[in-house]
Design a protein around this ligand. Structure first.
Ligand SMILES: C[S@@+](CC[C@H](N)C(=O)[O-])C[C@H]1O[C@@H](n2cnc3c(N)ncnc32)[C@H](O)[C@@H]1O
Length: 252
């Protein structure tokens, strides 16, 4: 009996996976790539989506982040690479990273997000490191000096900026040239055309609900911003990216 249940479960999940892959192919052959300029959800509409989601955000993403290993990725990246006098976290959302900063390695965390409701939630989060949270735009960090941060952290922010390359250039500008790092965990388009077709097909609908575009070409954005990749790993069929980068010598 147990064997029959197991065989049926495997058959059902294989059929399901086959149907998803087939659907991806049926949506349109070649991966056409993605252009941020064609995206429908921008500016005010995006901000409203995050304002709407802020209070329920942790409950909405908590268990999927745990089971998909994203919590573990946050912990490993920050414990290994976030260090120094000042760590700047941009698009901090509800502060889901705050628990992972090591007080023996980091003196101060300065966090910011463009959405007031997110900032309010983040301020409630405990942190073992002295942390301040402010409203701020990652694309124009007027209050942050060039070449001043030991690390800049951005997790799942590149999907959400109107100008992701501009935001990355700002991160590079404020990161210290002598040993500073930009630490990223992002999601975006994969190496599989069929999967990208599905992401593209539902991208606007997903962005209307969540404010984020899940089909952006993450590594290309990083390259276009002129950052140098020091370490990189990909997960979840190539849709999740963990990247350690550094600014090139010259300030952009
Ligand atoms: C998908 S959430 C990620 C939140 C958090 N970093 C995390 O890992 O859970 C994206 C966040 O980007 C913020 N955001 C969007 N545009 C921004 C901008 N221009 N400057 C700063 N934050 C921005 C949103 O308000 C939202 O909190």
């Amino acid at each position: 009996m147990a064997l029959r249940v197991a065989v049926s479960a495997i058959a059902a999940s294989t059929a399901c996976a086959g149907a998803i892959v087939g659907y991806g192919y049926a949506l349109g052959g070649v991966d056409r790539g993605c252009s941020c300029a064609k995206e429908r959800v921008r500016g005010r509409e995006r901000k409203d989506a995050y304002a709407r989601e802020a209070r329920a955000f942790d409950a909405s993403v908590g268990s999927s982040e745990y089971w998909s290993g994203i919590e573990g990725m946050r912990a490993r990246l920050l414990r290994a690479h976030a260090r120094g006098g000042v760590v700047l976290e941009v698009a901090c959302g509800t502060g889901r990273n705050f628990a992972y900063y090591d007080p023996r390695a980091v003196t101060r965390v300065r966090a910011m997000d463009a959405c007031e409701e997110m900032v309010e939630e983040a301020r409630k989060k405990p942190s073992a490191v002295a942390t301040t949270v402010e409203v701020g735009d990652a694309q124009r960090m007027r209050g942050v000096k060039t070449n001043s941060c030991d690390a800049v952290v951005d997790t799942f922010g590149l999907c959400s900026y109107d100008d992701p390359v501009g935001a990355l250039r700002e991160m590079a500008r404020v990161t210290k040239r002598d040993g500073g790092r930009v630490l990223l965990i992002e999601h975006g388009r994969s190496d599989y055309g069929w999967l990208n077709n599905i992401l593209d097909h539902f991208a606007d609908a997903h962005a209307e609900r969540w404010g984020c575009y899940w089909n952006r070409p993450i590594m290309k954005l990083i390259e276009d911003a002129g950052l140098e990749v020091v370490e990189k790993s990909t997960h979840h069929l190539g849709t999740t990216f963990v990247v350690v980068a550094k600014p090139r010598e010259a300030v952009n």
